[in-house]
Design a protein around this ligand. Structure first.
Ligand code: BES
Ligand code: MN
Ligand code: ZN
Length: 486
């Protein structure tokens, strides 16, 4: 979506949309529109859209009103996002190619207005590359949004948000692509292409290097696939020289069949998005670089494909992780933790990060606990919990803290090795987190986000269509802004 800021209220767009507050129609509005809005029960509630036509200066113009809710409501930024995004959802395939979004009567701050523009941009994202027969009238037509009447400073703020929109879009693209297109090597290639000239430093470890490092857990998952595993590392050094970075670590299982502990056929296609953690890390790194974040951050993606094959690992196999700890693989479908544990060990030894946050579509159990409303937050550090929860609430990528402790940790003791990769049926998301914690060294502040319920959606949300939500990018960007950039 092309976003254009216009100074004067002289849009060239074919459609004029006024953002209005609840029960506060603009005084200047034509009586016929006011009557139309009233008769249509348009009150200006959040996300409500009313449309009509008016004659202005001898020309018939298409006009719409979009609701922002009560002017004194608590979360105006969120309301602004919903209002602007609703407009885009409504007109994306309407035939209109441009619309003017008029903030004159909205009474928003620059911050809130820029969030509205961000939401408009996010809501316009689609991935139509494989639709060769989309009828003309079902194709997106809207290409330009002209912003008018926005408060002073909105445009400057938007330039930072534009980077964020790019990051979210990149994550959605990676998550949406099927597994024959995005597999470990092509994931890396797409990141390299997208991140060229951004200042991000990219490193890639192949199978040979990971073998030499002793990453037996990650490589054990990958060995059933003909697609070689990759460890992708993206460094952003925008902060003080020598300052320990924050590390983001993503689960990048480009397809999860379950391996020999194979999943049922129904719904298995969903497992193309089992790289949503890695996708979020890649998108967040892109956003940080594009807006020139003043922080040191390293992003690591453990990329594999989990397949059943003559060479696949078997239930009961014992593998040795890079940390030296041995793992009994009870269930080859609990593969995410096996990938992450070696990525976690590697990033700690290589970068001595001040904080570590991993993101993973790790367990179906987290969906039973939290449905699709929150991602699960597991951490060894209360301050990090508070920072992440605040970033979640501010960004809309919400987190709910879950318990951890020694009683849960005991559940993954193995009779033959140091640890086993699954516990009993109960508390499956928690034992998965306990597994990861065993690979955190010297009490480094660490958090694990189980995003299995929030990466993919069956119905449209405020700022996304159904499908890939881009969850995690706005969260990580917000965390960096609020805890590292001050
Ligand atoms: N990728 C899945 C978890 C998942 C399930 C993500 C549904 C998104 C939607 C993960 O690798 C997995 O298979 N987990 C198992 C763990 C079990 C074998 C202990 C699960 O959740 O069933
Ligand atoms: Mn699995
Ligand atoms: Zn998985």
């Amino acid at each position: 979506m092309h976003i254009q800021f216009l100074d004067a209220a002289t849009p060239s767009a074919g459609l004029l949309v006024s953002l209005v507050n609840q029960d506060a129609l603009p005084a200047a509005i034509e009586p016929v529109l006011a009557e139309g809005a009233r008769r249509s029960r348009f009150a200006g509630k959040v996300g409500q859209v009313f449309e009509g036509f008016a004659e202005r200066e001898g020309k018939v113009v298409r006009v719409a009103l979009a609701g922002l809710g009560a002017a004194d409501a608590a979360d105006r930024a969120e309301a602004a996002e919903k209002g602007a995004a609703a407009v885009v959802a409504r007109y994306l395939v309407s035939g209109e190619t441009s619309l003017a979004l008029d903030f004159t009567d909205a009474g928003l701050t620059a911050e809130e207005a820029s969030r509205a523009v961000l939401a408009a941009s996010l809501r316009s994202w689609r991935h139509d590359v494989y639709r060769t027969k989309l009828p003309e009238d079902a194709r997106p037509s809207l290409t330009t949004i002209e912003v008018i009447g926005a408060p002073e400073g909105t445009e400057t703020l938007w330039s930072g948000e534009a980077a964020l929109a790019e990051g979210v879009a990149f994550t959605r693209e990676l998550v949406t692509e099927p597994a024959n297109i995005i597999y470990p090597e092509s994931f890396v290639a797409r990141c390299q292409a997208r991140m060229a000239d951004t200042g991000l430093k990219i490193r890639v470890l192949g199978v040979e290097e990971m073998t030499a490092l002793g990453m037996g857990a990650l490589l054990g998952v990958a060995q059933g696939s003909v697609k070689p595993a990759q460890l992708l590392v993206m460094e952003w050094n925008g902060g003080a020289e020598g300052q320990a970075p924050v590390a983001f670590v993503g689960k990048g299982v480009c397809f999860d069949t379950g391996g020999i502990s194979i999943k049922p056929a129904a719904g298995m296609e969903d497992m193309k998005w089992d790289m949503g953690g890695a996708g979020a890390v890649a998108g967040a790194m892109l956003a940080l670089a594009k807006r020139g974040a003043k922080a040191n951050v390293v992003g690591v993606c453990g990329l594999v494909e989990n397949m059943p094959d003559g060479n696949a690992q078997r239930p009961g196999d014992v593998v040795t992780s890079m940390s030296g700890q041995t793992i009994e693989v009870i269930n080859t479908d609990a593969e995410g933790r096996l990938v992450l544990c070696d990525a976690l060990t590697w990033v700690q030894r290589e970068y001595k990060p001040a904080r570590i946050i991993d993101l993973a579509t790790l367990t179906g159990a987290i969906i039973l606990s939290l449905a699709h409303e929150y991602a699960g937050l597991f951490t060894n550090d209360d301050t990090l919990a508070a920072d992440l929860t605040a970033a979640g609430n501010a960004s809309g990528d919400r987190l709910w803290r879950m318990p951890m402790g020694p009683a849960y940790d005991k559940m993954i003791d193995s009779p033959i090795a140091d640890i086993k990769n699954v516990g009993p049926r109960w508390g499956g998301s928690i034992t998965a987190a306990q597994f990861l914690q065993r690979f955190i060294e010297n009490g480094t502040p660490w958090a694990h986000l189980d995003i299995a319920g929030t990466v993919w959606t069956d119905k449209p949300g405020a700022t996304w269509d159904k499908g890939a939500s881009g969850f995690g990018v706005r969260l990580l960007d917000r965390l960096v802004r609020d805890t590292l950039e001050g």
